[in-house]
Design a binder for this molecule. Structure first.
Ligand code: VGL
Ligand code: ZN
Length: 196
């Protein structure tokens, strides 16, 4: 499939943070492998003058998602910690919109739209289609994609720029299937064009 970029498109890079990469507190297998493909999308959107958003998991110490607080996950992405930083290789431009999520102790926020300004920032810029990649396919990417669909956006999933946690084997593929069944479209970088 060939997808031509329009002025109504935006890139959303989900949670490409040190704690989700090998060596991090909640490492996604091969999580760092999304960095180079996502840099190619970043380059393309920058060249096209289109907005780039980067979400980051941004938890306080009392966050309910931590096992010590009764949740599912080890402590990860603590606000202002080293592990919460974006991967060093990710080439986000200075004018990237940074969206913090999961910053309220009592609220899990797998979706970049949950209790954030992401929807209004997109809609006030007239954005109709979002291109979503990052970590992890089966959690924050999936929920951001489905959140975007529910809000009326056309959503492309960057198949060459996502990796799954896979608490259970096959979770990544199941998550993609669910996104597709709800209307998301999977693409790779070679299918996206700008200008001629
Ligand atoms: C995520 C588990 C816990 C994610 C965030 O970014 O996919 N997963 N917090
Ligand atoms: Zn989290």
């Amino acid at each position: 499939m060939k997808v031509m970029l329009t002025p109504f498109d935006a890139l959303i890079v989900v949670d490409v943070q040190k704690d989700f990469c090998p060596g991090g507190a909640l490492a996604v297998p091969d999580g760092d492998k999304v960095v180079e493909p996502l840099n190619r999308y970043i380059d393309l959107f920058k060249t096209a003058g289109l907005p780039i958003f980067a979400t980051r998991d941004w938890h306080p110490e009392e966050h309910i998602s931590f096992t010590i607080n009764g949740g599912l996950w080890p402590v990860h992405c603590l606000q202002n910690s080293e592990g919460a930083k974006f991967h060093d290789g990710l080439k986000l431009p200075p004018d990237t919109f940074i969206i913090n999520k999961g910053d309220r102790p009592e609220l899990e926020a797998y979706s970049g739209f949950q209790a954030t300004l992401l929807e209004s920032l997109l809609k006030e810029r007239g954005i109709k289609r979002i291109f979503v990649g990052g970590l992890a396919t089966d959690y924050c990417v999936k929920n951001t994609v489905i959140g975007g669909l529910n809000l009326g956006f056309t959503v492309f999933v960057l198949l060459d720029g996502v990796k799954a946690v896979e608490v259970k084997p096959g979770d990544g593929d199941r998550a993609l299937k669910e996104m597709f069944s709800k209307g998301a479209v999977g693409i790779v970088r070679e299918e996206v064009f700008y200008g001629d």
